[in-house]
Design a protein around this ligand. Sequence first.
Ligand code: DGL
Length: 281
Amino acid sequence: MKDRPIGIFDSGVGGLTVFDAISRAYPSESLVYFGDTGRYPYGVRSKGVIVEFSRQIAGFLEDQGCKFIVLACNSASALALEEVASSASVEVIGVIEPGAAAAVAATLSGRVGVIGTEATINSDAYTRALQNLAPRIDVIARPCPLFVALAEEGFAGKPATRSVAEEYLAPFKDDGIDTLVLGCTHYPLLKRDIAAVMGPSVQLVDSATAVAHAVGSRLEERNHHRRSDAHGEYKFYVSDTPGRFQTVGRRFLGREVAPVEVVDLETLHEFGELARTGRRV
Ligand code: DGL
């Protein structure tokens, strides 16, 4: 079990922020990443569709021998974690709870903002997770859909990003929050723009870092850590456009994204069928 890889799944390239956080914290762990680039984005989709896609990909990652699976996509974690976990035979870790726990630890005022895709915000998953941990907490959640495209286009630090950030984030300033959860894979890339608008009195909680800590605790609890002198091996799978994944991925990861292999949708459908019928892959 110790030598098996950790599976990381996202709707596309964004989950590489989670990949980055995990690979930096645990360099001896091997990682298998799946980006569903053929069906991206998830953030505007409905629950049924996100559950189906997520189950297919979890099935694929199980078949790769992953010791557990990280649902790096906030939209998938918000809408499909329970369903994926119930059909998978390995443990599935989402990003919402670790992000919420980090925000509860950070806030002093008890007023927390959350930003994410429309799917994530409309699901209320962060609000539920935050209020489960701290029932009296006030949560103000708003979608910031344009941030995803700006991050992918490499617009961090550009004036266009600053003005979109001002437009989206201005209402939070009147809400008196002291903590803002970056509830989307892409937002850590715009951290400086977001911080510049929110000012120093608001702490930003990056769910990528929070989930890397959660992975570490899980490795510890289950004694699944790989030998510390081992070198992690990395493999990337996508459902379409591997070239674009590599180009944009390099920007997200700050290093080469390779090797990348394409998995066709028919194969993914088969894994979905297996998950639905309860048969083992
Ligand atoms: N990965 C998605 C998330 O974290 C953002 C991109 C998308 O909409 O698929 O919610």
